[in-house]
Structure formats: C-alpha cells, structure tokens
Design a protein around this ligand. Structure first.
Ligand code: NAD
Length: 491
C-alpha cells in the first residue's frame, strides 16, 4: 500500500482474527467488517466480527483455563512469563508501532517512542510489582489471629478504546494476569491490529491456552454487550466514553460484576501569572494536541490569569501554527489523522458550534490544505467563549482547545470544577502554597503541578464524578484484580 509520502509500509491486506483458546479463529458464521486507514481512507484489511457465540466460546475457554496450568504456576513463574511478553513487545517494537499508526492515524514517532515501549513497560512493571505486595494481618488481643489471602477474581472482561490501543489494553492485561486471572479482551473495532498481534506474543511468551482470549466486534448488540452481560464473567475493566460506561453498568448489574471504569474527561489547564510561560507553552502544546488531542487526559480547557493572558495567547498561537499536520509515517508530522469519519464529523461539528456560541477561531478549525483524503483537522484554538458554552463543557476529544482568562484563584477553582467530569488537571504556578491549596480543591483524580502526563505506575490512576469508578495503578490494580479472604484463627 502506498502512503501519502509514497512509502510502501503495507504490501498486502492485514486481516484480524479472534484469538480463542490459543488459536486464531474466524467468526462462527465467517462474518467480517472492514478496517479503514484513517490517514487515507483505504481498506487495511478485514476483521472477524464476533458476537454472543464467539464471546461465549472465549469465556468458556477462559473459565476452563482458570483451573489449568495457570492456576498451578507460582507468582514467580507468572512474573517470568509477563516479563517475556514485555521483552517480545520491545523486540517487535517497529512492527507494532507501524501497525498502531496504520490503525489510529497517529504519528509514527509517537507510537514508537511512547505507545509501544509503554506497553512493554506495563508488563515489566506489574511482573515485579505484584510480587512485592503483601496482605494484612491483625492479632485480636490474645484471642485470635486474622490474616488475609488473595486469589484471582476469575474471568475478567477487558473492554478497550481506540486512542491508545496497545498501551491501554496492556495497562489492564498485565495486572490482570499478574494476579492470576484469565480474560476475554474486546479491542475497539476501529483499532484491531496490535491486539491481534498480542495473542501470538502471549502464546510465544508461554501464556497457557485459554488464559488470554481476544474477540473482535462492535459494542452495542455485538461482542461488547455480550461480554458485559455474560454470566460467567466476574469483572469488567472498561476504558471508554462515559455514556458507554452507563450502558455496560446496566448490563453488568444482572450478575453484579465488579467494575473498574476509566472514562471521559474535560480537563482544566490552569496557568497562573507567576509561572514560567515558556515552560508552560512547551507542555501545553503536548497537553492540547498530542495524539490529535485524542487523549482522555488532554487539557482542553485552558484558563490563564489575566495579566499574562494576551502574552500566553500570542506565544501559544505562534507555536500551534508551526505544527505539521499530515501523513503519520512522515517523520516531520506532529499531528496525524483523527480516528475515523464519524469522529471527524463530531469534532468538526463542535468547531461549528463554537462559532454559533460566539467563539473566535484563532487558528485551525478546518482541513489542512492539500490533504483531501484522510480525517485531518488543523490544531484549533478558540477564544471568546462563555464558561457555560457546550464547547467549554463537553468532551470533544480532538485537537481543539478553548482559552479563557480569569482574575482570582477562587473563580478559576469554581470554573474548573463546574463539570460532571473529574479526570485530571494541571496547575502552573511558582507559588508553593498556592500549588498545594489549589491542587487540594480541584475535583479530579489526578492533579499535576507544573507538568502534565508525568506517570509513575505505582500511583492511583482514574477519575472522580463521571470520569470513572475506582483506581488502577500499583496496589490499586491489584485490589481490583484480586479477591480477599480473611482467615480468623482462634488462638
Ligand atoms: P467508546 O465508549 O465508544 O468505546 C470503547 C469500547 O467500548 C469499544 O471497544 C467499544 O466497542 C465498546 N462498547 C461500545 N458500546 C458498548 C456497549 N454497549 N457494551 C459494551 N461495549 C461497548 O469509547 P471510544 O470512542 O473508543 O474512546 C474514547 C473515549 O474513551 C473518550 O471519552 C475518552 O475520554 C475515553 N478514554 C478514557 C481514558 C481514561 O483513562 N479515563 C483513556 C482513554 C480513553
């Protein structure tokens, strides 16, 4: 296949099959759907379209595997397998990065320098971390000794979004396996390729058959809903839209499944006048436009203290105009293509809405010149909007930010919290007391001070309000992926 730059990255169609009980399989009725390259709208290949039957086959394989060799492995042996998965991902980094960029439209530098290495690190981290955790023990006077033991939850459904496909899938899969569970993965229908490769990698690394199963398909009335309501699935870890989370919760309620949710965000990026503006702008370029703004943590609501508002806008605008939008495989590209037609329409409709709501588009807001095929939108800065506008309140999930001035600390805290989301926030200030004071009042699961997206995998990750339920990361992942039994011995 010829990409826009004329490079030949893909010579033949890449077809994606389910991975059930250690084998690649078609759907029972051979049903498939097409996988479209968002960068040029060409067909990349076909994807097996699973539904209730394939999900049931996968769940039964996972249930059986809970009692097999996986159960009898020590935590140390499982850690060896997990480390090997991480090693193989790194060995195949270039191939996996190319697949990820073909599927998502994201720049190849991003896939190869962040997404794929981080996917490997998820396995390396949880392989070792889980072995370092202990459990509680209490002596009840001289009457009894209590201690807790952990065991796997059972069969876990892992339902994934398209924006960071392998990174987010492995963020769930690594702790899920380290805690001894088996699983059924439902990758996003728009990005099936790296998940498909992961089946083979797990097999090569020594994961027993049936422990990791992958079923492709859509969400509603398809593989997603079948997994959410399957009676033999004990827990669901879901990352995706808040509205989808509500539907999955209703389906999972019938069998009271344990749920972990990482949902949408509309995150404030709060810039006080005493911060170092050059440093702020360097990071704000990333928190606004990296991965085409298709990151749940993107700081798409920018609030700037009035004394530096004009200066910030001028510098930020100049830097944004320098961003190269285009072919994901061109090393000069900083912003690639949006994921697909439907999402492109959604993002452009918000830009139109911004105009109707009285906003001024300082830059962007349209398809870049010369890119007639593919789902490209220029990075877009909008000013002049009122805090109550829909564009300021709703998640757009594209390269679109709003910039609003503020006068007082109280006012900006109130505006930052005026949303049903509560995922993350960034605060920029050189005043230490203010940093602590404001950080403690922002309603978000993660608050960064003078930085953005700096992650330590031991820390709790997740959102409050309608941005999520529970936390993953470090011991929090272990809490979700394991069951506790307290044993009380009378002395
Ligand atoms: P989505 O909710 O549309 O889809 C996510 C997954 O859910 C897909 O695999 C889809 O097939 C499946 N699904 C859809 N409907 C379903 C149903 N009825 N039953 C079961 N499964 C169903 O989300 P998306 O568009 O793929 O991802 C973008 C969203 O994800 C954004 O809102 C973004 O903020 C959020 N996100 C959050 C985080 C986080 O860590 N909080 C990380 C990445 C993305």
């Amino acid at each position: 296949m010829q990409l826009i730059t004329g490079q030949t990255i893909q010579k033949k169609p890449i077809d994606c099959l389910h991975f059930i009980n250690g084998e690649y399989q078609s759907s029972v009725n051979y049903k498939t759907f097409q996988n479209i390259n968002p960068a040029n709208e060409e067909v990349l290949g076909t994807v097996a379209e699973g539904g209730a039957e394939e999900i049931d086959l996968a769940v039964q394989a996972a249930k059986k595997a809970l009692k097999g060799p996986w159960k009898n492995m020590t935590a140390n042996d499982r850690a060896v397998v997990l480390r090997r998965i991480g090693d193989i991902i790194l060995e195949r980094k270039d191939e996996l990065a190319a697949l990820e960029s073909l599927d998502t439209g994201k720049p190849i530098w991003l896939s190869s320098s962040i997404d794929i290495p981080r996917a490997a690190y998820n396995f390396h981290f949880f392989a070792d971390y889980m072995r370092s955790l202990g459990t509680e023990a209490y002596q009840t006077d001289d009457v009894a000794l209590n201690y807790s033991i952990r065991r796997p939850v059972g069969v876990v459904g892992l339902i994934n979004p398209w924006n960071l496909p392998l990174l987010l899938l492995t963020w769930k899969l690594a702790p899920c396996l380290a805690a001894g569970n088996t699983c059924v993965i439902k990758p996003a229908e728009l990005t099936p390729m790296t998940a498909t490769s992961l089946g083979k990698i797990c097999r090569e690394a020594g994961v027993p058959d049936g422990v990791v199963n992958i079923v492709h398909g859509f969400g509603p009335n398809s593989a997603g809903s079948a997994l959410s309501e399957h009676p033999d699935v004990d827990a669901i870890s879901f990352t995706g839209e808040t509205t989808t989370g509500k539907v999955i919760m209703a389906a999972a309620a019938k069998t009271l499944k344990r749920l972990s949710y990482e949902l949408g965000g509309k995150n404030p990026n709060i810039i006080f006048a005493d911060s170092d503006l050059d440093e702020v702008i360097e990071t704000t370029m990333k928190s606004s436009f990296i991965n085409q703004g298709e990151v749940c943590l993107c700081g798409s609501r920018i609030y700037v203290e009035r004394p530096v508002y004009e200066q910030f806008v001028e510098k930020f605008l100049a830097k944004t105009k320098e961003l190269v939008v285009g072919d994901p495989f061109d090393p000069k590209t900083k912003v690639g293509a949006l994921i697909g037609e439907e999402h492109y329409q959604r993002v452009t409709s918000y830009i139109e809405l911004a105009k109707q709501e009285g906003g001024e588009i300082l830059t962007g807001g349209k398809r870049p010149a010369g890119l007639d095929k593919g789902y490209y939108i220029e990075p877009t800065i909008i000013v002049g909007l009122d805090r109550n506008c829909r564009v300021v309140k709703e998640e757009i999930f594209g390269p679109v930010v709003t910039v609003i001035p503020f006068d007082t600390e109280e006012e900006v805290i109130e505006q930052a919290n005026d949303t049903h989301y509560g995922l993350s926030a960034s605060i920029w200030t050189n005043d230490l007391r203010r940093a602590h004071r404001v950080a403690g009042q922002i309603e978000a699961g993660i608050v960064w001070v003078n930085t953005w997206f700096l992650r330590d995998l031991r820390t709790p990750f997740g959102g409050m309000k309608q941005s999520g339920i529970g936390r993953e990361g470090g011991m929090h992942s272990f809490e979700f992926y394991s069951e506790l039994t307290n044993i009380c011995i009378k002395l």
